[in-house]
Design a protein. Sequence first.
Length: 835
Amino acid sequence: MVSIVPNNIQIEDDRTGINVETLKRAFLDNLFYIQAKFPKISTKNDYYMALAYTVRDRLLNRWLQTTQTYLEKAPRTVAYLSAEFLMGPHLGNNLMNLGLYNVVKQAMEEFGLGLTDLLEQEEEPGLGNGGLGRLAACYIDSLATLEIPAIGYGIRYEYGIFDQEIKNGWQVEITDKWLRYGNPWEVPRPEAELEVKFGGHTENYTDEHGRYHVQWIPFKVVKGVPYDTPILGFQTNNANTLRLWKAEAPESFDFEAFNKGDYFGSVQEKSECENITKVLYPNDDSYQGKQLRLEQQFFFVSCSLQDMIRMMKAQNLTLERFHEHFAIQLNDTHPTIAVAELMRLLLDEHQFDWDKAWNITTKTFAYTNHTLLPEALERWSINMFGSSFPRHLQIIYEINLRFLDEVRIKFPDDGNRLRRMSIIDESGERYIRMAHLACVGSFAINGVAELHSELLKKTTLHDFYEMYPEKFTNVTNGVTPRRFMVLSNPRLANLITKKIGDSWVTNLDELRKLETFLYDSDFCKEFHQVKQDVKQDLANYIRTNYNITIDPNSLFDIQAKRIHEYKRQHLNALYIITLYNRIKANPNLDVTPRTFLFGGKAAPGYYMAKLIIKLINSIADVVNHDPDMRDRLKVIFLKDYNVKFAQRVYPAADLSEQISTAGKEASGTGNMKFSMNGALTIGTLDGANIEIREVVGEENFFLFGLTAEEVLQKKAAGYNPWDYYNSNPELKLAIDRISSGFFSHGDPNLFKPLLDSLLYRDQYLLLADYQSYIECQDRVSQAYRDREQWIRMSILNVARIGKFSSDRSIRDYVQNIWKVSALKVEVPEYSQSTN
Ligand code: GLS
């Protein structure tokens, strides 16, 4: 193969060399020539940037070689369309994947710089809300590691998920200015910009062959500029591309308006265009029908599809084979307008007839559903949708017409079914149901855990399952062990590697070998020591940042995830109050010391979630200052939970709280990350908890609560939370403590909305699950006292978690949905790393 590096570039030069001396030279060079600084006046950030560029240089070779290989071989490619990619910091991950961690650490040390310090400096790209966005990031990692040709397409939000501060116990949102100091990992590609149309109207015309066409005359046109980030696999040469689109005005000014003196008008138009990619909507598992959000979705989808078409043209491939060249995954319904946009591009811009275009479209898309919560199912009012996308509305009507005909054939005389399945909801104000469009327009539909996929077939998408049973499948989520074990928990990773070699990093099932050491007391001791050391690290962090001392010998009980009523952080809070009440009633009670740690953001408009944060902080205030607790009970709400911080938190947990109401959490992925790091789970039979329990063994998992089916039955039978309140003295006492104003400086009203919602509705059945939960928690406390047994349970969690590697999930997608093959990329000898 022809090398893309010209022959006259030296093999071991400052941009590729990987020994300490070359790295140091390159670092100083970047400090000087890119940051324009010399050491005396350099900030920590300058050093971070210099190092980031040094590392990026060593990536480029693989990245460009990958691009060239893909260009030459034109392999079938996965396009992963996602409105969110919650990547987390890049530097550490790239060092690990390149195998440069240790040598760079040494190089920095020789300059008197700590690598950990520099890593801390990176502002993470928070371009996602939580599980869904982080899943996309794990999948992009696994795709590269498995050497699958793939592109991630998304939005380059100027402001990602807000930073969270806590003031007086309340969440305060701060704008996330992640691009403030520049982003060394992205490469803007202004030369590859594309145009995206919005608004306006359509016109019909007939061409010279008498064929009828539609033309979309837009009201405005926005430019999409791609920003590319290389995503290197672990110890592979494949570096795939994450291509994020930024919206810009087509011209910097409307010069006509400018010359007429309307200076502000012309600037305003520019900023209106740029608004499209300004900010990430901060809602997880719920949606707001905002026009700008719809425009964001269309914007990145249109750019991405046009980009794919352009690539095929550049490779002289015919669009008739679009579906053979690309498998496009729709990450939830957010990019689903792609079904209509691909149809439009094929019909209107490339003159395909309907049947041909529809055949291509429905062989291209696959749809992943990520939630059953009704408030998260996207639907767009016809008026709003039509005003921005008049042509797409026509196309969707046509798709629907033809689809309903199919339904009529398969299920004659079933008017209710037609109404239920229609892509257009006509029960009141008319809406487009995006999940229906996704089901009709895709060849595969999957849920993200076994239970979730089953419930989809039984409930939310039941009609579609009856219509197209062959489309339905399950792909249980997974997470990358590179970031969430090797990078975030090097102590554990090193211990494992010492025992079983390092192949587990890319073949997580190998962890099973650890079971051999279950009764090896030296190993158990070392394993325990790792956990203690990591807990000590977190304790130090908390002491420095919160001025609170916590005891690493106490049980670290952690619930870290978005704040949502269905995730039931307030059930956890009720247990804390119960423990508090017990100790108050009997100060000498022999309790297992616990540190309760919470982390997570609430959507800014989600009042109840914010009140839950306030409640936790208010409980913490009382508990942490009560001398009767004598350090047996501590509660801390850790602010601004993000990927960077999550990497500190997962390794330090003894207990992982996965306590959602059964049937509500589609999968969960934090549950996997905790378990991988040796935490035991206390959880319901919900989402992936069920499968985690299956593999780690029921005796190594603390189960409580109603099943999904029991939840439905209970609701159907007329659930009354008061029955539980009145008949359970500990529960009553816990709730009364809150309502008395005990945690709110005597104010009985502060938490009233939360308590009213529990006592009068309790949609998520906290009261019904309370007794089962506290009994289970008491078993946890008991179990933690038997240290040796606990360590063994913890080891078994690590040893048996292999299934939840995102490598397995991606293999499932590859084999069952995408049908793509790996393509190895070769790079010249000199840039192969050694460690
Ligand atoms: C989510 C689900 O709520 C999670 O259970 C799931 O693990 C995640 C990834 O599949 O997707 N859906 C969503 O809208 N946000 C999520 O985190």
